[in-house]
Design a protein around this ligand. Structure first.
Ligand SMILES: NC(=O)c1ccc[n+]([C@@H]2O[C@H](COP(=O)([O-])OP(=O)(O)OC[C@H]3O[C@@H](n4cnc5c(N)ncnc54)[C@H](OP(=O)(O)O)[C@@H]3O)[C@@H](O)[C@H]2O)c1
Length: 284
């Protein structure tokens, strides 16, 4: 296992197709309860997280920005991700969304800007994407990507603009391992980020292949799941409001799951946790 001195070093990075160094684990910030998001993000930064995942729709950007501003860590060493909500899709809306996020966060550029959901019924995601390409050209945004895009959506934006997203952030956990979509990403140079990496408080942590691997490697079930994501080349975004769990969730570099353990965990597949099919799911 990793010793405590290593634990407090920052999380390693991987290179995106646009050259950006993306930490291989990020901190989720969506908190439907009354979590103190500023305290949660401050503690995440102290625990070595440098990729912070928020969204205009989470209504927590001011709290995320306050934690980053108050931190001793240089703003340029933290990669902030935020997202364009459905209500602001379209060319002008996308620019308004990014500007609102920057004001909320108190920053002058966004490191990674994503489309939150494709919302195919609206048919605005190509125009949204064109605005993001222009914002990247103008230096408002460093990297551009999407969430919850299916291969048809990805093919369409790259076909119409010539630009593939560098990231697709998708629902992924042992109940929904997304093998085919990950293979599409690999063929197209797209990094997979995993939202709800634990299945958001579902029963995954109590499932046998996870608990037996935890016992075998003397780690927690949560660490087994984060390691499973890492070995599948995905970037998990675990959310925890607890400092101890934040440390646990990033302390996964001192053990490796065997091929058999990986296969047994992937065999837990049963589907999405909340039936959020990107072809039909809508949120604004
Ligand atoms: N792009 C999208 O459409 C989309 C959709 C959903 C989520 N997301 C992003 O993905 C992030 C993560 O997803 P999520 O928040 O839905 O779910 P998650 O990270 O899978 O699960 C969070 C839950 O797991 C608990 N937890 C964390 N670490 C644990 C550990 N080591 N042991 C036991 N329990 C642990 C947390 O409790 P405590 O906080 O009490 O520790 C919390 O209840 C979000 O915060 C958000 O940033 C994106």
């Amino acid at each position: 296992m990793m010793d405590s001195a290593d634990l407090y070093q920052t999380i390693p990075t991987r290179e995106l197709s646009d050259g950006t160094a993306l930490p291989v684990i990020g901190l989720g910030t969506f908190s439907p309860d009354d979590t103190d998001v500023t305290a949660m993000v401050a503690s995440g930064i102290d625990n070595g997280y440098r990729l912070i995942d928020t969204a205009l729709r989470y209504e927590n950007e001011p709290e995320v920005g306050a934690a980053i501003a108050a931190s001793d860590v240089d703003r340029n060493d933290i990669l902030i991700t935020t997202k364009i909500p459905g209500r602001l899709q379209g060319y002008d809306g996308a620019i308004e969304s990014a500007r609102t996020s920057m004001a909320n966060l108190g920053v002058d550029h966004i490191d990674l800007l994503l489309i939150h959901w494709p919302l195919p019924r609206l048919d605005k995601y190509v125009d949204t994407w064109r605005a993001m390409i222009d914002m990247r050209r103008d230096g408002l945004v460093t990297s551009i990507g999407v969430c919850n895009f299916e291969p048809a959506h990805l093919d369409r934006i790259s076909g119409e603009t010539g630009v593939m997203p560098v990231v697709n952030q998708i629902e992924m956990h042992p109940f929904f391992p997304q093998r085919k979509l990950r293979e599409f990403h690999a063929r197209n140079g797209i990094a997979t980020e995993a939202w709800s990496p634990f299945g958001r408080g579902s029963a995954i942590m109590e499932c046998e292949p996870v608990t037996s691997a935890a016992t075998a490697h003397n780690v927690s079930p949560g660490q087994v799941i984060i390691r499973w994501h890492h070995q599948l080349d995905a970037v998990p975004l675990p959310k925890s409001a607890h400092s101890e769990r934040q440390r646990e969730n990033r302390d996964i570099f001192g053990f490796a799951l065997t091929d058999e353990e990986m296969a047994a965990i992937s065999a837990l597949e049963r589907g999405r946790i909340q039936d959020q099919d990107p072809n039909t799911y809508e949120e604004f």
